[in-house]
Design a protein. Structure first.
Length: 313
């Protein structure tokens, strides 16, 4: 079902982009092909036949702007430095032109009077603005998804490997004993000393310490353990719903690493606010999950313990 939703959104966005671009072409929003009259101010004893920095004024507009004058074969071109005081049309051309920069405009000089130092320039054509934006965003997000996935592989492999070592060595069961009272309240149907308790506690600790990428594989592993106990494999159990709630609304004692990278040391001012906000969200989430459990009671999952875990429980 989700695939159909994504496909529908992509089709709608493409239809919107094409319709918007067709309208721009029909109304000539960006005035493609229009020649703009300018007056050019060369340096003292400047020779129009050599490269140099010049200033120019747009007809009907006050102010001078900087540009680089370039002779090319039998014609000329100007590399115009974008200035916020330029007419709105010129700023739109700079923003949406088909180049990798929005700080310069490459204009073609189609007429030039050497005596009066006046001429006409043709700005770059601007077409298919929305379609290019959607295409660029699609490729950028695809690149980001691959980068994120590759980055998570190492983290997930490390933490899942550590979890396997902790499970085999008995460290998980030691951790369970310390957090057993709290987890028994949250997950009453999960058998006492079950490995899921240890993994859930590590997941909660990773979330509280701002280790979002480390918490992800632990949450997946905990959900897998709870699924082994689930009497109805096609429906999430109350324990799985509670795990999702606790994992999503976890108390944030330390800011996430991503937020630190974006804001820097300024994130320290948000620590108390984040801790209070996430504490309230956790309380509300647990309350809602407990109310849901009252209306959808389940029997203890002791009959669904896998054979390899029965000896350890």
């Amino acid at each position: 079902m989700l695939n159909y939703i994504w496909a529908g959104l992509i089709i709608i966005s493409l239809i919107f982009a094409i319709g918007h671009d067709v309208r721009d072409i029909a109304q000539n929003t960006y005035r493609n092909g229009e020649i703009h009259d300018i007056s050019i101010y060369f340096p003292d004893n400047g020779d129009p036949d050599r490269r140099q920095n010049v200033q120019f004024r747009i007809a009907g507009h006050d102010g001078r702007f900087d540009a680089a004058w370039r002779p090319v074969d039998d014609s000329y071109e100007m590399v115009i430095s974008v200035d916020d005081d330029m007419p709105d049309h010129w700023l739109s051309i700079a923003e949406f032109q088909e180049t990798s920069t929005s700080t310069e405009i490459l204009a073609e000089v189609v007429s030039f009077d050497r005596i009066e130092a006046t001429g006409g320039v043709l700005l770059p054509k601007v077409r298919y603005v929305k379609l290019r934006a959607i295409t660029t965003a699609a490729f950028d997000m695809a690149e980001f998804a691959v980068t994120l996935a590759i980055g998570l592989i190492g983290v997930m492999a490390l933490w899942l490997g550590l979890m396997k070592v902790a499970e085999k060595s008995g460290l998980v069961y030691i951790i369970v004993r310390f957090v057993q009272p709290f987890l028994r309240f949250l997950f009453p149907n999960v058998p006492k000393n079950h490995p899921a308790h240890g993994i859930i506690s590590l997941n909660m600790a990773a979330n509280m310490l701002g280790l979002g990428n480390a918490a992800t594989p632990l949450g997946i592993k905990a959900m897998e353990e709870l699924q082994k106990l689930n009497p109805n494999r096609d429906k999430a159990s109350n324990a799985q719903c509670m795990l999702l709630t606790v994992n999503t609304a976890s108390v944030q004692l330390l800011p996430p690493a991503t937020l630190v990278a974006l804001i820097g040391t300024g994130v320290n001012e948000l620590v108390i606010a984040m801790a209070l906000a996430t504490l309230i969200s956790l309380i509300v989430g647990i309350t809602a999950a407990k109310i849901y459990e009252q209306y959808h009671p389940e029997d203890p999952h002791s009959d669904n313990i896998p054979d390899e875990q029965k000896i350890e429980v």
